[in-house]
Design a protein. Sequence first.
Length: 88
Amino acid sequence: MSLAPELLALLACPEDKGPLYYLEDLEVLYNPRLLRAYRVRDGIPVMLIDEAQRLEPNENERLWARVQAEHIPPTFNPNDNNTESPET
């Protein structure tokens, strides 16, 4: 089951607050910075740090190579500044 783009745009790693990469066929949201994967169960992302899958370095390298080869976009761009300043 695919996650809606609107939902993906809101998802961040609960630990480092950075973007994730959605590997739909593996049903995971992948964080290459912390070597973790968060499962997607029945179309629902399980964003609990304690339930994240810790990846071995070779698995992390394999997933990162796939993200790059397939041009999988991050859930959001941390360099985007789409927040508006509150009026004073």
